[in-house]
Design a protein around this ligand. Structure first.
Ligand SMILES: Cc1ncc(COP(=O)(O)O)c(C=O)c1O
Length: 467
């Protein structure tokens, strides 16, 4: 059959708020033009993130009921640990309340000020946690990966020559570990090939630098490898994931993505000293090492979810959904990153709003227009998220201006996506009327979450520097 159907049927429904344009205009102004500050009851289709927003399966709900809430050594912990070990093969497993908790403890236990961590592209929380302890986060994507429109597979690959240069520049002794993010969320949700992961591993191993996989979307990455990398079509997603993790010395994971859970994460590693340091900090800030800030029921849900994410029918449907929307947007001439990634469609906001410069935050303009037009919530991955204001008050722009429409897992149907396409078409027709935005208030870290904006150009006295 040509149609790839949702490999599930719906047992429970949740009402979607339908609102008027006047209502949305009022709410957006009250939220200071930052959709993070809107309430969910004012959103019709929420594509802000695929993180923790998925629907659980009947098996996960059933598992939740047998959650063992014992403080130490619960049955649910053992189920969780067994599952993580089965997939990753790593020796020590620690639950955390979400991915960034694993990143924070990893950074605070392994990094000294001035030390460097290379990655294909650091996610915002990874970068922030590295910078928070005085480290330097280096992005080493291939040139093809940085070209939004190069329609080639595995655009999440790291450039091995850039990795070699980075090691030579800073010295191996100043690189306590290297990372690879699968799939590469910041760079458009693009996958990393097995061949590239092997090349990264052997490059780092030459200098005895450990490899840490940011594994949030490991199962989606495994599906890309199965589909597009030769030699993998007959392998199961579990086998491919095991091969990926066999290259890793450690991994950080947000179970809110390919754990198919609403909360949770973990860190896993082979080194006993790393484990000891991680355990001590985990106890101090998250909880006892067999629950790490999670309830026993959460551990059960994640254990089931990790295995469901590796079901090939589920991944086939998920990738087909992203492709369905991407093909229709391309047909309408809407500029999107190609090929589409695994969990989202990324709009090129600079191409969408040709009348705006990076200083006008075009991504925020597109995000806000989508909300006003159809109650859709998306997220900017551009100069607000990845730019910053320096000590002199100058805005330093990010490397690109993207808007991400992330797909919650197992939540929306095809007609929801048809609606999103229609709304986008309307916004695209009127793109030239999207106004510039200015930041009127911001936090020192991860400013996009809480920033306030006003519509209109920034005061001429404020400077803007492009990088
Ligand atoms: C690639 C990547 N790494 C790390 C994280 C952080 O995970 P969490 O939101 O669970 O803290 C995310 C979340 O979106 C991510 O996409």
């Amino acid at each position: 059959m040509r149609t790839i159907i949702e490999p599930f049927r719906i047992k429970m429904t949740e009402a979607v708020p339908i609102t008027s344009r006047e209502h949305r205009e009022k709410k957006l102004a009250e939220a200071n033009y930052n959709v993070f500050l809107l309430n969910a009851c004012d959103i019709t289709i929420d594509l802000l993130t695929d993180s923790g927003t998925g629907a659980m399966s009947a098996k996960q709900w059933a598992a939740l009921m047998i959650g063992d809430e014992s403080y130490a050594g619960s049955n649910s912990w053992h189920h969780f640990e067994r599952t993580v070990k089965k997939i990753t093969g790593l020796k020590h497993v620690f639950p955390t309340h979400q991915g960034r908790a694993a990143e924070r403890i990893l950074a605070s236990t392994r990094l000294k000020p001035g030390q460097v961590v290379p990655n294909n592209s650091h996610f915002d929380t990874t970068r922030a946690n590295i910078e928070f302890v005085g480290g330097v986060a280096e992005d080493l994507l291939t040139d093809k990966g940085m070209d939004l429109y190069a329609d080639t597979p595995f655009k999440g690959n790291m450039d091995i020559a850039k990795l070699e240069d980075c090691i030579k520049k800073y010295g191996a002794e100043n690189i306590p570990f290297g990372m690879i993010t699968v799939t590469n969320n910041t760079g458009g949700g693009q996958p990393v090939s097995m061949a590239n992961m092997k090349a990264i591993k052997s490059c780092l191993a030459k200098y005895t630098i450990p490899l840490v996989i940011d594994a949030c979307r490991f199962a989606e990455n495994a599906f890309f490898i199965k589909e597009y990398e030769s030699g993998y079509s007959d392998k199961s997603l579990l086998e491919i994931a095991q091969e990926m993790f066999a290259l890793a010395d450690a991994t950080t994971m947000s179970a809110k993505k390919d754990g198919l859970a609403n909360i949770g994460g973990f860190f896993a590693c082979n080194d006993d000293k790393w484990a000891e340091d991680f355990r001590n900090m985990l106890i101090l800030t998250e909880g006892f090492p067999t629950y790490g800030g999670l309830a026993g029921r959460d551990l059960e849900v994640i254990a089931v979810g990790l295995m469901e994410a590796l079901e090939v029918d589920y991944q086939r449907y998920r990738h087909a959904t992203v492709k369905y929307m991407a093909e229709r947007l391309i047909a309408r001439g809407i500029p999107i990153v190609r090929p589409p990634g695994g969990h989202a469609v990324f709009i090129d906001a600079a191409g969408f709003c040709k009348h705006l410069s990076a200083a006008d935050f075009p991504g925020i303009g597109v995000v806000n227009a989508l909300y006003i037009e159809g109650g859709i919530r998306a997220v900017e991955l551009g100069s607000v998220m990845f730019g910053k204001r320096d000590a002199d008050g100058q805005e330093i722009s990010g490397p690109r201006e993207l808007v991400r429409l992330a797909f919650p897992r197992r939540v929306y149907t095809q007609s929801h996506f048809d609606y999103v396409i229609e709304v986008l078409e309307e916004v695209w027709k009127n793109a030239s009327s999207i106004p510039p935005h200015t930041i009127s208030k911001q936090a020192p870290f991860l400013r996009h979450f809480t920033a306030h904006f006003t519509q209109g150009k920034q005061a001429s006295s404020a400077k803007h520097v492009n990088v």
